[in-house]
Design a protein around this ligand. Structure first.
Ligand code: ADP
Ligand code: MG
Length: 343
């Protein structure tokens, strides 16, 4: 549906924002571009709707090279939501949402009626429809921004850090709304964020970008967490998720122990159940991967990790065997950290 084929973007000042990107975005999927600031996420996204032209390589939408299609027609099929919501300050909420349909020939009355329906879809109370953007909270403005992008019913929705500026509680509401919307609408969504938790929460597929605009890994959230493809991904995922405890698939977590502490501080008991996963982390706190401990000798169902077993003395060797590493972690007195999650 959206395909990057060897796409590089170099700005005139010599900055390489995106470096030989190959990526295929699946139709109907929720795809997240994630990575630290300045790694080329926005630039990559803006090349999809031709707001930025690649220096080399090719981008296809629906099998057609975007460079050779009419930009207005292209953008009609691609909604775009940004962090500041980008609302027109002198138009009411409902008219902001109705703008594009009116521009493309829908009668104002009809467009407003449809706008009200879309506002309801994104969870905005109808009583706010006649307000101006400045009279709304940040979270409400974002809902209007999403509604405005959806009003033209585009098959593709691009969202660039849409929720980064709203507070965490509202952000969670908005994320839930997005998941619900995607399930309902079956749109192809490309979502940019610098927050790995948000990426994991929302994405069917995650593209992790690194320094210099190099794609590091393109995978399911589980695979990104369980098998980071590069040290960059491992540290990005590890640092940002703060894997220092039990982390469960439902999103809850229980603090375990700082990885560099002594055995005495590692006394929190962890009970391993069948089909659990253990995260093995090296001495620099870099996650080396999750491993299924089911059936692993030395770790049995109900086996508990306490101060005598939680920490290991040897480093997990680069490219080494996780099973051996875990064995070492469990049998030796200090050093390696382990965290557990339920499958
Ligand atoms: P992200 O969205 O991941 O934070 P961007 O795609 O905005 O990153 O930027 C990637 C890199 O390209 C950064 O180093 C940024 O400074 C640079 N960049 C972005 N836009 C321009 C521009 N118009 N001219 C020069 N450099 C740019
Ligand atoms: Mg950006």
């Amino acid at each position: 549906m959206i395909r990057f084929d060897g796409v590089t973007k170099q700005f005139p000042d010599g900055t390489t924002a995106v470096d030989r990107l190959d990526l295929e975005i699946v139709e109907g999927a929720f795809t997240v571009f994630v990575g630290p600031s300045g790694c080329g996420k926005t630039t990559s996204m803006r090349m999809i709707n031709r707001m930025i032209a690649p220096s080399s390589g090719r981008i296809e939408v629906d099998g057609r090279d975007v460079a050779s299609v009419d930009a207005v027609a292209l953008r009609r099929g691609i909604g775009y939501v940004i962090q500041s919501a980008g609302l027109l300050p002198h138009r009411t909420v409902v008219d902001n949402v109705a703008t594009v349909p009116v521009l493309t020939g829908t009668s104002r009355r009809q467009a407003r009626r449809e706008a009200m329906a879309v506002l309801e879809r994104v969870g905005l109370d109808a009583s706010l429809a006649t307000r101006y953007p400045a009279q709304l909270s940040g979270g409400q403005q974002q809902r209007v921004g999403v509604a405005r992008a959806l009003a033209a019913d585009p098959p593709i929705l691009l969202m660039d850090e849409p929720f980064s500026a709203v507070d965490p509680v509202v952000r969670e509401d908005l994320q839930n709304e997005m998941l619900r919307l995607q399930a309902d609408l079956e749109k192809t969504i490309v979502f940019v964020t610098h927050d790995i938790d948000e990426a994991v929460r929302l994405g069917d597929r995650i593209a992790v970008f690194g320094t210099g605009g190099v794609l590091q890994q393109y995978d399911t959230p589980d695979r990104v967490l369980s098998s980071p493809a590069t040290d960059f991904v491992a540290s990005f995922v590890g640092r940002d998720r703060g894997y220092r405890g039990l982390s469960f698939r439902d999103g809850s977590s229980v603090p375990l122990h700082p990885l560099s502490t002594t055995r005495a501080e590692a006394a929190t008991e962890v009970r391993l159940e069948p089909s659990e996963w253990v995260l093995v982390v090296d001495e620099a706190d870099r996650p080396r991967g999750w491993m299924d401990v089911t059936g692993l000798e030395g770790v049995r169902a109900g086996h508990s990790i306490d101060e005598s077993t939680a920490a290991g003395g040897s480093l997990f060797p680069e490219g080494g065997d996780l099973r051996q590493a875990l064995d070492a972690a469990i049998s030796s007195p200090s050093g390696i950290g382990v965290a557990v999650r339920r499958d």
